[in-house]
Ligand binder design. Structure first.
Ligand SMILES: [Fe+2]
Ligand SMILES: [Fe+2]
Length: 177
C-alpha cells in the first residue's frame, strides 16, 4: 500500500507540468473503452507504467515515461464515431504524435512511446524500455476497462442483451483457443 502512495506522490510531481497546460483536458470529451474517457485511460496507463517502473529491476526515465504515457492516445477525436481512411488502431499513434509535437515540447523517447504503443498491431517495435512498459501498460489497462464495461452491461442488461454479450465474449475468445 505504501508503494501506491509513493507512486501517487511521484506521479503528481512528474505529471503536473503536462496536466497544467490544460491541453490534456480535451481528452475528457472522448470515450475510450466503455464509460472510461481517454483522459482516465491515459492517466491509468501512466500510473500503471510508473508503478511497474518502481518495482522492476531496471532504470527508467520516469519523467519521460509519464509524459509519453499521458500523451500516447492524444489523437483528439471520438474513434467510435469518426470515419477514417485507415483503421483507428493503425492510424491513431501517428495522429497522437503529431498533436503532441504541436502542443508539447516532446523528446524522441516520448515520441517513440506514442508512435509504438500499438505494437504488435503496428509492426515496428518500441525502441526504448520506457516504450515497452507503456505498450504493456496500455494493453493491461485497456483489457481491464473492456471487461469492466462488459461486466456492467451483463449486470444491467435484459436477458437478450445478456445472451448477446455472452456470444460476443465467446466469439472474442475463439481465435485464442
Ligand atoms: Fe492507443
Ligand atoms: Fe491507450
Amino acid at each position: 500500500m505504501k508503494i501506491l502512495i509513493k507512486r501517487d506522490v511521484l506521479f503528481q510531481h512528474l505529471s503536473e507540468p503536462v496536466l497544467k497546460t490544460g491541453h490534456l483536458e480535451q481528452l475528457k470529451e472522448f470515450k475510450q473503452h466503455g464509460k472510461c474517457t481517454c483522459y482516465d485511460h491515459s492517466v491509468a496507463v501512466a500510473k500503471t507504467a510508473l508503478l511497474w517502473s518502481m518495482v522492476l529491476p531496471f532504470r527508467f526515465k520516469q519523467k519521460q515515461l509519464v509524459r509519453g504515457a499521458l500523451l500516447h492516445d492524444y489523437f483528439l477525436y471520438d474513434w467510435h464515431h469518426v470515419k477514417l481512411d485507415k483503421l483507428h488502431g493503425f492510424a491513431h499513434p501517428h495522429t497522437a504524435a503529431k498533436n503532441a509535437r504541436r502542443d508539447f515540447d516532446i523528446t524522441p523517447l516520448e515520441e517513440n512511446i506514442i508512435r509504438r504503443h500499438m505494437f504488435p498491431l503496428t509492426p515496428i517495435p518500441p525502441k526504448y524500455r520506457e516504450s515497452v512498459l507503456v505498450t504493456l501498460s496500455d494493453k493491461y489497462c485497456a483489457t481491464k476497462e473492456v471487461f469492466t464495461a462488459l461486466a456492467h452491461r451483463i449486470r444491467t442488461g435484459r436477458p437478450v442483451a445478456h445472451l448477446a454479450n455472452m456470444l460476443a465474449f465467446i466469439i472474442a475468445l475463439f481465435p485464442w483457443t
